[in-house]
Write a protein that binds this ligand. Structure first.
Ligand code: PEP
Ligand code: MG
Length: 361
């Protein structure tokens, strides 16, 4: 009688031999990446890089960068963050052993990176050698009424290009390093919260320039893919334009649900049970993919994106990516893979196989 672990592995191997949609994991720490590998995800579908900056020293550097007066001061803070980011990516690439890793560029709500307490302000004033009053004034100027609809994602990347440049450089230098160590990788870089083609053009041209620079300096060539996260309704509607500059589109259904309903993902819990109970929503759309609304944007975005590029890679990386119903929906649309949290990977592998078996009758 084989051990339970072996039987479990056999079952999943059997599922993998049948399924026809890829399963990746969302992971941004080495621990998550290791779980993703153990559960045999076929790569990382979403690495949320803003999570890499919550530690005290990095947070301070990021704040220094945001509050800097000049591009030079910004670069100074970013130069100190660069080796840390490079090490982050080397770790992830090594753990994933050549499997694809999709790195999402910095996507914070800005308020998470502003000092809120008096001590925080004073600390930053000391670090930047500025009067406290100036830091307070700036923090007030940067505060937003609706941070989730404000300077997030690519908007920050367009306004402060140095952030994405640092990240791209770290990704490319890490790529060169792991390739040198014998585990080559083609990194995937993903732009968050896009709503206009021009955002993609601008970021792409800066990242391409950064790649050229790194290649020149290192005298080594490498490849990479650039893609876009579709998480605003407008990005889905303009997917044909956007796909002209993107090798892949990944649907971020957390924000896409929030923006389709105009319903805060952080506050919906307060009345969701009333809504479901009274039959306004059949189910919580943040848990179950709303096929008639959000799903319609997936269908439309996929079709429009493919119109521009028939080799466009399509995926979903919101929380829905791990649910069997959403996997069915995405497979029906011909998506290449789904990405979900690492612990959901085994069930996703089984669910994906089940779809094929059900079809075969
Ligand atoms: C999303 O919006 O669906 C997504 C995956 O990104 P995040 O949850 O980090 O906003
Ligand atoms: Mg999002």
């Amino acid at each position: 009688e084989p051990a339970l672990d072996d039987r479990f592995t056999t079952l999943l191997d059997w599922a993998d031999a049948r399924r026809d949609i890829g399963i990746r994991a969302n992971a941004d720490t080495p621990a998550d990446a290791r779980i993703a590998r153990e559960f045999r995800a076929q790569g990382i579908g979403l690495c949320r890089t803003e999570h890499m900056f919550f530690e005290e020293d990095r947070l301070t550097l990021m704040r220094e960068m945001i509050f800097a007066d000049t591009s030079e001061d910004r670069r100074d803070a970013l130069d100190r963050l660069l080796p840390m980011q490079r090490a982050d990516f080397i770790d992830l690439f090594e753990i994933m052993q050549g499997q694809p890793v999709c790195i999402r560029l910095f996507d914070p709500p800005l308020h998470e990176f502003l000092p809120h307490s008096r001590e925080g302000m004073r600390f930053l004033a000391d670090a930047l050698d500025k009067p406290l009053s100036e830091i307070t004034r700036r923090a007030e100027a940067l505060a937003e009424f609706n941070p989730m609809l404000g300077m997030r994602g690519v908007r920050l990347g367009i306004t402060i290009p140095e952030i994405y440049e640092m990240q791209a450089r770290a990704i490319f230098e890490a790529t060169i390093e792991v390739t040198r160590r014998g585990a080559p990788i083609v990194p995937e870089i993903m732009i968050p919260l896009v709503s206009a083609m021009r955002e993609v053009e601008l970021v792409k041209s800066r990242i391409d320039a950064c790649a050229a620079q790194v290649r020149g300096r290192a005298g080594v060539d490498f490849d990479y893919k650039l893609g876009v996260m579709v998480e605003t309704p407008r990005a889905a509607l303009r997917a044909d334009d956007i796909a002209q500059h993107a090798a892949f589109l990944s649907f971020g259904t957390n924000d896409l649900t929030q923006m389709t309903y105009g319903l805060s993902r952080d506050d919906a819990g307060r009345f969701m049970s009333d809504y479901v109970q009274q039959g306004v929503f059949a189910e919580d759309p943040f848990h179950t993919l709303d096929e008639d609304g959000v799903g319609e944007l997936l269908r439309l975005g996929a079709a429009r994106g493919r119109k521009s590029r028939d080799d466009l890679t399509l995926s979903i990386c919101g929380e829905h990516g791990g649910s069997p119903e959403a996997i069915r929906f995405c497979r029906d649309l011909g998506f290449d893979y789904v990405s979900c949290s690492p612990f959901r990977v085994p069930v996703a592998r089984l669910a994906a196989a089940q779809l094929v078996i059900a079809e075969q009758g």
